[in-house]
Ligand binder design. Structure first.
Ligand code: GLU
Length: 300
């Protein structure tokens, strides 16, 4: 069972279409179910109405998901139970550091993704009088996994990531925690998503291990970028794919995923594109690269 889990902060751009298509086709071709989850756990950043618009767009592009859509914004109680389990196991600690204090720590080396690595200030207890703000997981151990597309991956958590947040100072559960709780509850066995999340996977496997949850198989697809090499997103002002010619965009997404759709599919109906894709999908043809430039298409 695979799933598509968009963050509803922007429209369905080409990169999201690629991730949705790759995960849906892989699930279907494995005889599995395909689930859609709205990852709006970061409620302050979710744009009202955006998720509904995305779901409607997916339908216009011929996507059919199984079962009910799961909304993370309605599941805080379930994530709280997982946090309690991490507390009971001694895997997390309260942290009183503000972002400003962390930025001022002179010798805090950077994490692998260039973000600040937690210097360990509150790891062995809060400074006297300090109020807990967030909860962090003690990053320990070496995580190794075989990504179906990107091959063998390895992360030394303490060195590459550092103690990471599972409950934020603003009262929001971190994406990393929500995602592993939901994947387990929904019985997700295969996660097919963009390679921008490759660097989150070790933390997710770490949390699955601490919580005694099954570890799904991971396949990270190349991420679509603009001509400057930036990931398409709200921040890089990616435009929405044109719903006026869905089969055109679907064929371009198949091409991006290395499937070589025949030229004839360009003028075909959405149903015909899906029929071809279901018949011919082969994950093995997706290139083993982290990113690729999105094609010129009609955007709105
Ligand atoms: N919500 C994430 C995003 O839109 C995807 C999460 C996932 O597939 O695990 O980038």
């Amino acid at each position: 069972m695979g799933r598509f889990a968009p963050t509803p902060s922007g429209p369905l751009h080409f990169g999201s279409l690629v991730a949705a298509l790759g995960s849906a086709l892989e699930a279907r071709c494995q005889g599995g179910r395909w689930l859609v989850r709205v990852e709006d756990v970061d409620t302050p950043r979710a744009v009202p109405g955006m998720a509904e618009a995305m779901l409607a767009t997916l339908e216009r592009f011929g996507f059919e998901w199984d079962g009910e859509v799961l909304w993370q914004s309605r599941r805080a109680g379930i994530y709280a139970t997982a946090l309690e389990r991490l507390k009971a196991g001694g895997h997390v600690f309260p942290c009183a550091c503000s972002r400003r204090e962390l930025a001022e720590v002179p010798d805090s080396a950077l994490a692998r993704d260039g973000s600040l690595r937690y210097p360990g200030t509150c790891r062995n207890g809060l400074p006297t009088g300090a109020e807990p703000r967030a909860w962090r997981v003690k990053a320990e151990g070496l995580i190794r996994f075989e990504d179906v597309i990107q091959g063998c991956q390895e992360e030394e958590l303490a060195r590459d990531v550092g103690d990471y947040v599972v409950f934020r100072a603003d009262g929001v559960f971190a994406y990393q925690l929500a995602v592993v709780v939901d994947d387990a509850e929904q019985g997700v066995t295969h996660v097919v998503r963009g390679a921008d999340l490759l660097g989150s996977t070790a933390r997710q496997i770490h949390l699955q291990t601490l919580l005694g949850l099954p570890v799904p198989a991971y396949a990270h697809l190349p991420v679509a970028t603009n001509a400057a090499g930036e990931k398409l997103s709200k921040q890089t002002l990616a435009r929405a794919v044109d719903e006026g010619s869905p089969s055109h965009a679907l064929a371009a997404a198949l091409d991006f995923l290395g499937q070589h759709p025949p030229n004839g599919l360009n003028g075909a109906s959405v149903r015909e594109v899906w029929a071809w894709a279901l018949e011919n999908w082969d994950l093995g043809r997706v290139s083993r690269v982290l990113q690729g430039v999105a094609p010129e298409l009609n955007y709105i």
